[in-house]
Design a binder for this molecule. Structure first.
Ligand SMILES: C[S@@+](CC[C@H](N)C(=O)[O-])C[C@H]1O[C@@H](n2cnc3c(N)ncnc32)[C@H](O)[C@@H]1O
Length: 243
């Protein structure tokens, strides 16, 4: 299902990535539904041959992600307030569902020190490549870890002020206009049933606060009532350990 595509001028990088991820190296795309990671002058991208989406390429120096970070302020970003950055802009935070790193990097750009944890090796490769190219000052406040957060949180010795969870929503898959990034995440990950276990692992570590992003009408993870809730138009942040 996944492969690395060798492109002109980038064969060595493609070969190294294929070895690292233990994926086959192809010199041309085959017909079966397949995700290809490939390098070009812009860096690493992902293309899905069975989705009419165009490539997924992460870039924190230009484009939409960059613009969002440029515009962000602690007072305007509900997530920043939900994690408590307005009280302590230098929080140590674990984003245990890093995805494309949009929210974790947003929080780092606003002052937090952030450990991103992501279990999809494909997403980690894309994110790692984008972070290596990133020339923003906040880059130094980010660590990226390839792991299942349930294991990571069970074994880490780090003392996080906040753990942030954004598991895939069921409702993501029913929205007509889901952004390209989210369509890729859905296609790559499939249904995810372990969000409750993630909250258990996060709470066990006893950070100052655990924040969970949920669709507006969804049940709380573990059916556990939060101490506080930030409600927005289509989703909410359930906050455990509000101070
Ligand atoms: C909805 S996306 C997160 C999007 C992210 N907040 C962003 O701003 O880009 C959910 C991500 O969490 C990851 N994930 C889900 N469960 C995980 C786990 N137990 N450990 C690590 N990553 C996990 C998925 O692979 C997926 O990339």
């Amino acid at each position: 299902m996944y492969a690395i595509l060798s492109t002109p001028n980038f064969h060595n990088q493609a070969q190294a990535l294929a070895q690292k991820l233990q994926l086959p190296l192809h010199t041309e795309k085959i017909k079966d539904p397949t995700f290809y990671l490939y390098y070009n002058d812009d860096g690493l991208s992902l293309i899905a041959t069975h989705l009419n989406l165009g490539p997924l390429h992460l870039d924190f120096n230009h484009g939409t992600l960059h613009q969002r970070l440029q515009r962000a302020t602690i007072s305007k970003e509900p997530l920043a307030r939900a994690v408590g950055l307005h009280k302590n802009p230098h929080l140590y935070l674990c984003d245990a569902t890093a995805g494309i790193g949009r929210e974790g990097c947003l929080l780092a750009s606003l002052g937090a020190r952030v450990t991103l944890v992501e279990r999809s090796s494909i997403m980690v490769a894309l994110l790692n490549d984008a972070l290596n190219r990133c020339n923003a000052a906040w880059r130094d406040r980010i660590d990226l870890i390839a792991a299942d957060s349930r294991d990571f949180l069970a074994n880490t010795k780090e003392q996080f002020d906040v753990i942030y969870l954004d598991p895939m929503f069921e409702s993501h898959s029913h929205k007509a206009q889901v952004k390209k990034e989210m369509q890729y995440l859905q296609a790559l990950m499939g249904p995810q049933e372990d969000a409750d276990a993630l909250l258990t692992a996060a709470l066990s570590l006893k950070p100052g606060r655990v924040v969970v992003k949920r669709p507006l009408k969804a049940r709380c993870l573990l059916d556990k009532k939060p101490d506080f809730c930030f409600t927005l138009a289509t989703y909410r942040f359930d906050v455990y350990g509000f101070f």
